[in-house]
Design a protein around this ligand. Structure first.
Ligand SMILES: *Cc1c(COP(=O)(O)O)cnc(C)c1O
Length: 817
């Protein structure tokens, strides 16, 4: 039997990474999985945990990993008392990330088949996916999953190399100088590919030249270099064996021109003076460039132009998103129906565990294509599934059927193919469960996804959960160690949906959540949120509910205090956590600053409550004009909080900064900050230090196009009159969806196929008309309603907060990661 390519003994591993010392209680322990995040330990048995020191020091999570069953660790010198973990093996190194990379490099060096490394500013992922499609008939391709192209991601990708594949395509992404060298040493590409280089130099680079040089570091010493010289700004390529240049002008694969017809593009190019052409089923400029890049790589790999032309015509879009949507009969669907391999399966299962808002979980899984050593691959699949706590597995494909004995820990149904599954669909009774659909492209699982997904309305709000996570981390980086973070998820997480965002925040370890009303908190509890939750407006009638669901009230005056104490005492509850709000100048809710003594007196007379935190709210933290007032508020808060904390004599968290406060007032961080709109990508006071991503896009579609003659009006009240002939598009969103009436009559714009269209006439309840004269638009096209919310809000005299929270609940939310 061929040994499992992913299994090394810990003793072998120690030989693969430079280390200072090691303490191995069992040198023969097998290692198969690399772990670096204690939240993502699916199966611990054969795990090797790297304590990486990123934003959070991985060494802090060793106890948790040990409790979860991990017995092999790579740690930095002086960080861990290994005696505390009598059953574990430790390898002690100078630099844990370096050790992970050394291990990846050593593993990679055992494989002789070609490895293609791809870098560039844009298009890396598409080029990778397309190359995999184009070469699929000849090669069993391993590609790095999604966009795992970072210092850690590349190492984990390379760890997937095994005998089941005979070609690997790995993405390399960098954000600052010096990083590519580390990636190149790991990947050691046989073929290095550059897609393009964006015009601006990124934050991390001093100049464009520096950025170009950094990308070119991937090419150092490679056998074959495939690149577009037009992007190099004259910077020299390092020494390489063979070069294949592509692009306009003097290139080996030289672009001659292109024409677009019927949704397809014909690209003409000449190679060594001989003209050729390909047709691709896409029409955008990025697709043309990516296709030309793939063409050049295939030529370098020895493919004939005829073969290339034939395969280009059948290219499919590289679907790269893990989508979460609501499904039929109360199900939640995670749709990943375009690829299936061990690594992307582990990512999808991780997402499933993170978003466990339903008690029941089902996975619909296809065979893993190109599994050479079937027993080993499915043993691995079984261990991934076992670690993910699912209740039901629906397996589609002959290999899974043969391997069915491995899945005795779940309720199992097997089907020979997708059609058999579809035939049995009614009997499978999907209801109130979370369903992961994970299948290789050839299994056409999109048919399953269509059956399971509730009929989608045409108007949706798409929420990018990775962007929310990214924004959270941007703020966290700014906070000193020890400052806690409370995330505001009131008003359905500023319109972005409640438990999906809360799940993500919980998974990412924020300290507190805050909602406005008790029922929002109840919904989060019912969806399995365990974090402490503060409720800002506890109503008298809901105090019992608070206790029942362990929700912590904000106490903003003697009235609420007395009611709360009465309810708690009646139930015999003691030490119930509450939060004291003081009014330092907002004049909305809160005790007066000089109420401190009286409040203390009242608090001393009851054992029902225990003050967890004291806080206030800044009225104008983002507005420099009022900085003097903000300082007064901080001072007042300090006076009140110290009186209270001193008087209580036990630790109490103090907090006052909202998003703008985090951006502009480091002295206001205190013990905790309350992050709201910044999470959702909007922060006017963010300044340069923060790179926030847009988290949601509101979309609809064109329902109908009209030719409207000069002099004709459009819509109610005949406002939209013009002196010229126009083409008007009716789109499926109106003020009842949250598209403000003030956007009417040309005040609002939407985007269709990248083109800007203005509103015409009054906004209707469910529809809006746009002037699309001269634009490329057809019925059924997708329309982006809100992109840059802050700018749009300004144009009608409101703020992003109102637009975001005003998107009505009838607009379906689609989440992706
Ligand atoms: C909404 C709210 C926040 C968050 O404000 P942002 O400006 O969205 O960061 C913080 N504190 C309180 C009391 C709030 O009501």
């Amino acid at each position: 039997m061929v040994p499992h390519p992913h299994t090394y003994s810990i003793l072998q591993i120690a030989g693969m990474i430079p280390h200072i010392e090691r303490s191995l209680v069992d040198g023969s322990a097998r290692v198969a999985d690399l772990l670096y995040d204690s939240r993502k330990i699916g199966s611990a048995a054969q795990g090797l945990f790297f304590a990486l020191s990123g934003r959070r020091d991985g060494h802090r999570f060793i106890p948790e990993a040990y409790r979860a069953g991990v017995r092999n660790f790579v740690v930095a010198a002086g960080k861990v008392a290994t005696v505390d973990y009598p059953e574990a093996n430790f390898i002690v190194v100078a630099d844990t990330l370096g050790a992970l990379q050394a291990l990846a490099a050593s593993h990679r060096s055992r494989y002789r088949y070609p490895v293609i490394g791809i870098t560039g500013s844009n298009g890396k992922t598409i080029v990778k996916e397309w190359l995999a499609q184009l070469m699929a008939p000849e090669y069993r391709v391993l590609k790095s999953p999604k966009s795992y192209n970072s210092q850690i991601g590349v190492a984990l990708s390379l760890w997937q190399l095994d005998d089941a594949h005979d070609l690997a395509i790995i993405e390399a992404g960098i954000s600052k100088p010096g990083e590519m060298e580390a990636l190149r040493r790991m990947i050691a590409p046989d073929v290095a590919v550059l897609t393009n280089i964006g015009p601006a130099h990124d934050d991390g680079f001093a100049s464009r030249a520096e950025k170009v040089d950094e990308k070119l570091a991937l090419f150092e010493g490679v056998g074959t270099a495939v690149y577009p010289p037009g992007y190099l700004d004259g910077r020299p390529l390092p020494d390489v064996g063979y070069r294949l240049t592509w692009g306009e002008g003097d290139c080996m694969l030289r672009l001659l021109g292109h024409t677009v017809a019927d949704g397809r593009t014909t690209i003409r190019a000449q190679y060594r003076g001989v003209p050729h052409q390909i047709v691709i089923p896409f029409t955008d400029a990025a697709a043309r460039e990516n296709a030309l890049c793939c063409w050049a790589v295939l030529v370098a790999m020895g493919y004939a132009h005829e073969t290339i032309a034939e395969r280009m015509g059948a290219l499919q879009p590289a679907e790269m998103r893990l989508e979460m949507k609501s499904g039929i009969r109360g199900c939640t669907i995670i749709d990943d129906s375009y690829s299936n391999d061990l690594y992307s399966l582990s990512i999808a299962l991780e997402f499933l565990r993170q978003q466990r808002q339903q008690p029941k979980a089902t996975v619909i899984l296809s065979d893993i294509p190109a599994a050479v050593n079937e027993a080993e691959v499915y043993e691995k699949v079984a261990s991934l599934l076992a670690g993910s706590g699912i209740g039901r597995l629906i397996a589609v494909g002959p290999a899974l059927a043969r391997q069915r004995h491995r899945f005795d820990f779940v309720q199992l149904e097997t089907f020979p193919d997708t059609q058999a599954f579809l035939d049995a669909f009614p009997r499978l009774a999907f209801e109130h469960e979370i369903v992961l659909i994970k299948g290789g492209r050839q299994f056409a699982f999109e048919r399953i996804s269509a059956l399971l997904t509730a009929k989608s309305h045409d108007t949706v709000l798409e929420i990018n959960l990775s962007a929310v996570e990214h924004n959270l981390n941007q703020y966290r980086q700014r906070l000193p160690k020890g400052v806690k973070l409370m995330a505001m998820v009131k008003a359905f997480s500023y319109g972005s949906g409640s438990y999906e965002v809360a799940n993500l925040l919980q998974f990412n370890g924020v300290d507190y959540l805050t909602v406005a009303f008790a029922d929002e908190g109840v919904e989060l509890r019912q969806a399995g949120i365990r974090l402490p939750i503060m409720v800002m407006s506890p109503r008298q009638a809901s105090l019992g509910v608070l206790v029942q669901y362990a929700l912590e009230p904000e106490i903003y005056g003697f009235g609420v205090l007395d009611e709360c104490v009465r309810v708690l005492e009646a139930r015999g509850v003691t030490d119930y956590p509450v939060h004291i709000k003081v009014d330092t100048g907002m004049h909305r809710l809160g005790f007066a600053v000089d109420d401190a003594a009286r409040l203390l007196d009242r608090l001393r007379r009851t054992r029902a409550i225990s003050v967890k935190s004291v806080f206030s709210h800044l009225s104008a933290a983002g507005n420099p004009e009022h900085d003097a007032f903000t300082r007064i508020q901080l001072k007042r808060f300090e006076t009140f909080a110290s009186a209270l904390v001193d008087g209580l004599g036990h630790p109490v968290l103090r907090h006052i900064a909202n998003t703008a406060g985090i951006g502009r007032w480091p002295e206001a961080y205190l013990d905790m900050v309350r992050l709201g709109i910044g999470l959702y990508g909007v922060d006017d006071a963010a300044g340069d230090g923060l790179n926030l991503l847009k988290t949601s896009v509101l979309k609809t579609v064109v329902s109908q196009l009209h030719e409207v003659k000069a002099g004709e009006s459009v819509g109610y009240n005949r406002h939209g009159i013009s002196g010229v002939d126009r083409i008007v598009a009716t789109v499926g969103i109106g003020y009842a969806d949250g598209y403000d009436r003030r956007f009417g009559n040309g005040n609002g714009t939407m985007q269709i196929n990248g083109q800007v269209a203005r509103t015409v006439g009054d906004i209707c309840m469910d529809m809006t008309m746009l002037d699309v004269t001269g634009l490329r638009v057809t019925e059924g096209d997708e329309v982006e309603v809100f992109g840059d919310v802050a700018a749009l809000a300004g144009s009608i005299g409101t703020i992003a907060y109102e637009l975001l929270t005003g998107i009505s609940q009838r607009v379906k939310r689609v989440y992706y990661y």
